[in-house]
Ligand binder design. Structure first.
Ligand code: URA
Ligand code: SF4
Length: 227
C-alpha cells in the first residue's frame, strides 16, 4: 500500500470514531471522503446530508448525481477525483455547520490535503470557500484559479444551489467546463524550467528583462496573469 493510501486509511478510521465535536452524536456514519490517493483534483463540499450519512460516502444523493454529471461533462470520471467535506458528520436537519464544528474538523481536511497534495482544490459552496478565501465573494471569484499558501484553489457554487437556482446552473457548468484548461495552465506554470545557475551568477551580464523566458521576474508575472 502506498504511504498516501495508508495515511488516508488511518485518517478515515480516526474520523469514524471521532468525538471532537457534537456532530458525532447524531451521525449514523461519518463521511471521511472518497477517491484515489493519486487524485489531481480535490473537491471539498460542505457536509454530509441524509444519504451520505446513511452510506458513509460523500455526494451520493441528488447533488452527488449532479456533481458526477458536471465532472463527466468536464472530462473527468468521478472515480479519479477525491471528494470530501468541510465537516465529516451530518449536521442535524442539514443545518449549516457551526464555526466550532468546522474548526474541530479542520485537522482532518488539512491532513487530507497534505497527503493527497492535489494539483488543484475545488471548493463547493460558501463554507468550503471560506476556508481559503474568508473575505471574498463567490459571485466575484467563482471559476478563477487563485494561489492560497502555495496551493491552487478554485471556488465554485455548490451543486445543490445550482440545482435550486437555474441561473447558477449555467455558471457552474461553465466553471466545470473550464477546469481542464485551467489545470493544464497550472501544469505549464509548474513545469517551467528552473533558472539556470549561469544566468544568476554575479559575473554574468544581466539578461534583458522582457526577453528572457527564465528571468525570475518575468516568470512571476506569468504566474500572476494566470491566477
Ligand atoms: N452536499 C455536500 O456538501 N456534501 C455532501 O457530501 C453531500 C451534499
Ligand atoms: Fe469529528 Fe469532524 Fe465528525 Fe466533528 S464533524 S465529530 S470533528 S469527524
Amino acid at each position: 500500500m502506498s504511504d498516501v493510501l495508508s495515511g488516508l486509511t488511518a485518517l478515515a478510521a480516526e474520523v469514524r470514531k471521532c468525538q471532537l465535536c457534537q456532530l458525532a452524536n447524531g451521525r449514523i456514519n461519518a463521511v471521511p471522503g472518497d477517491g484515489p490517493p493519486t487524485a489531481e483534483i480535490m473537491l471539498i463540499g460542505e457536509g454530509p446530508g441524509m444519504n451520505e450519512d446513511k452510506h458513509g460516502l460523500p455526494f451520493v444523493g441528488v447533488s452527488g448525481k449532479f456533481l458526477t454529471e458536471l465532472l463527466s461533462k468536464a472530462g473527468y470520471k468521478r472515480e479519479e477525483v477525491f471528494i470530501t467535506n468541510v465537516v465529516k458528520c451530518r449536521p442535524p436537519q442539514n443545518r449549516d455547520p457551526l464555526p466550532e464544528e468546522m474548526s474541530a474538523c479542520n485537522g482532518y481536511l488539512a491532513r487530507q490535503i497534505a497527503l493527497i497534495n492535489p494539483k488543484i482544490i475545488v471548493t463547493l459552496g460558501r463554507f468550503s470557500m471560506s476556508k481559503f478565501f474568508p473575505n471574498e465573494r463567490i459571485s466575484v471569484i467563482h471559476g478563477q484559479a487563485r494561489k492560497v499558501n502555495g496551493r491552487v484553489v478554485v471556488a465554485m457554487y455548490h451543486p445543490a444551489a445550482a440545482l435550486h437556482q437555474p441561473a447558477l446552473r449555467a455558471t457552474l457548468e461553465q466553471d466545470f467546463a473550464n477546469l481542464k484548461p485551467l489545470i493544464a495552465n497550472v501544469q505549464r506554470t509548474m513545469e517551467k524550467p528552473p533558472v539556470p545557475k549561469a544566468v544568476v551568477t554575479a559575473s554574468a551580464p544581466p539578461p534583458p528583462k522582457q526577453a528572457d523566458p527564465n528571468d525570475k521576474e518575468a516568470d512571476e508575472n506569468t504566474q500572476l496573469s494566470l491566477f
